[in-house]
Design a protein around this ligand. Structure first.
Ligand SMILES: Nc1ncnc2c1ncn2[C@@H]1O[C@H](COP(=O)(O)OP(=O)(O)OP(=O)(O)O)[C@@H](O)[C@H]1O
Ligand SMILES: [Mg+2]
Length: 405
């Protein structure tokens, strides 16, 4: 099995998928913009060959360069697990006549308006929304949709340029800030709890499934620096509270024509129990969500994903043993981390349940919390009982404090 894998070294977790592919027997042909000499030594044994391209996000150029590179060589798959590369992978598959999702199918996972239209057409509940290209269109859409509303880029990520807008005056302010966004989605604001629905699919049917809860909703976590965002995988997927969300998730996969591979969906649960679709990608969730899912079941999804996409088999046990919580921390102050308070006490109380502690150490420069959810590091912990997990996560969020200056 010869596999072209786009972006095998960056973001860093892509190295794990590269390893997984090699471990199930694939010859991995990596394509990235990192210079070969800069590839991590730990990654090299997993790559059969590597092509450096000058601009990974220039789709036409990547398609041309990969085509030239592969001339005379047969490959079996072209894959990508990084959101910005999934369409390029589909274009290459079409070009080489390889199995896997088409450009049109993948577009349903990339274009938030098209996505919602397809999901809606299947009779599933989405926020009312309109695609807007100009200030005039945005004002007109806002009149129809009503306040509060959400304005966000059509192909956004990381809640960048995503705004909750309460009235017409605020809309004008936000439109001023969004001038660099060429196409936006104007939508009904859904108030409720936010969850993920994650899968590894075979022919659109989940071989593995996960739900995680965001605490608080991502938009709040990404707008308020003082918040320590928490994400907890839910051990018990059978509980009635999640049934409609999981049903929605399965329906969305069908509506969008999912094939093989990871999906990462977000959905809302309103106080009255109604569930509403948020968005979905045909790639894994970022910010250590795959690690969390692995800790939930004690499995290696990096490798199982590879087995699914290469050989059509998922072999790991799917028994859920833990709720796994990640707590992202943001230091108080700017510059370099100077000290961490409360960590020793926290570890004394809960250390037995902590599986990873990766907080930035004193002397390290702070990360940009707007750019990376991981922020100034994280604690990952797990417990079989939900309430205990949530309580420990809250303790990590409130009792551990990083300072910077
Ligand atoms: N219609 C909506 N109603 C309420 N909240 C919304 C709505 N759309 C987006 N949000 C909030 O904004 C966040 C970011 O929106 P969305 O997930 O669509 O964009 P994104 O930038 O792709 O997100 P990310 O990359 O962080 O997952 C959501 O998680 C949610 O908290
Ligand atoms: Mg999102």
């Amino acid at each position: 099995m010869k596999v072209v894998f786009l972006a095998p070294s960056y973001p860093p977790e892509m190295q794990q998928y590269t390893r997984g592919l090699a471990e199930v027997g694939a010859e991995v042909y990596g394509v990235g913009d990192t210079a070969p000499a800069q590839l991590p030594a730990s990654l090299r044994p997993y790559l059969a060959d590597y092509l450096q391209v000058p601009r990974l996000l220039d789709e036409d150029d990547v398609v041309a360069k990969v085509s030239a590179w592969l001339r005379g060589r047969e490959v079996d798959r072209v894959l990508a697990n990084w959101e910005v590369m999934v369409l390029t992978a589909a274009r290459l598959r079409e070009r080489f006549g390889l199995p896997g999702m088409s450009v049109d199918t993948v577009l349903g996972f990339r274009d938030k308006q098209l996505m919602k239209e397809r999901v809606q057409r299947a009779g599933l509940r989405t926020p009312r929304s309109e695609r807007v290209r100009t200030v005039t269109e945005a004002r007109a859409a806002a009149e129809r949709i009503g306040y509060p509303l959400i304005l966000k880029p059509i192909s956004g990520a990381g809640s960048a340029d995503t705004y909750k807008i309460s009235d017409a005056a605020e809309l004008e302010t936000v439109l001023g800030r969004m001038r660099h966004v060429s196409v936006a989605s104007c939508e009904e604001y859904i108030s409720g709890e936010e969850f993920t629905f994650d899968t590894v699919c075979m022919g659109g049917v989940p071989a593995f499934m996960n739900v995680a809860q965001y605490l608080p909703p991502p938009l709040v976590a990404r707008s308020e620096e003082w918040v320590s965002p928490v994400i907890i995988t839910v051990r018990d997927l059978e509980q009635p509270k999640l049934a409609r969300g999981i049903e929605l998730g399965r329906g969305v996969l069908k509506a969008l024509g999912m094939g093989d591979g990871f999906t990462h969906m977000e959905w809302f649960r309103k106080p009255d129990g109604e569930v509403v679709f948020g968005e979905i990608g045909c790639r894994p969730g970022g910010a250590h969500l795959v690690d969390q899912m692995n800790y939930t079941c004690d499995i290696d999804l990096f490798r199982e994903w590879a087995r699914v996409v290469c050989h059509g088999r998922f072999e790991a046990p799917t028994t859920r043993k833990y709720n796994a919580a990640v707590i992202f921390k943001r230091a108080l102050g700017r510059g370099r981390i100077t000290r961490i308070e409360g960590l020793v006490d926290f570890m004394r109380s809960y250390g037995d349940h902590v599986v990873e502690e990766r907080l930035l150490r004193p002397g390290t420069h702070r990360r940009n919390w707007k750019h990376t959810l991981v922020s100034d590091g994280y604690i990952l912990l797990r417990h079989p009982d939900w309430d205990t997990t949530a309580r420990m996560a809250a303790a990590a969020a409130t009792q551990v404090t990083l300072y910077a200056e």
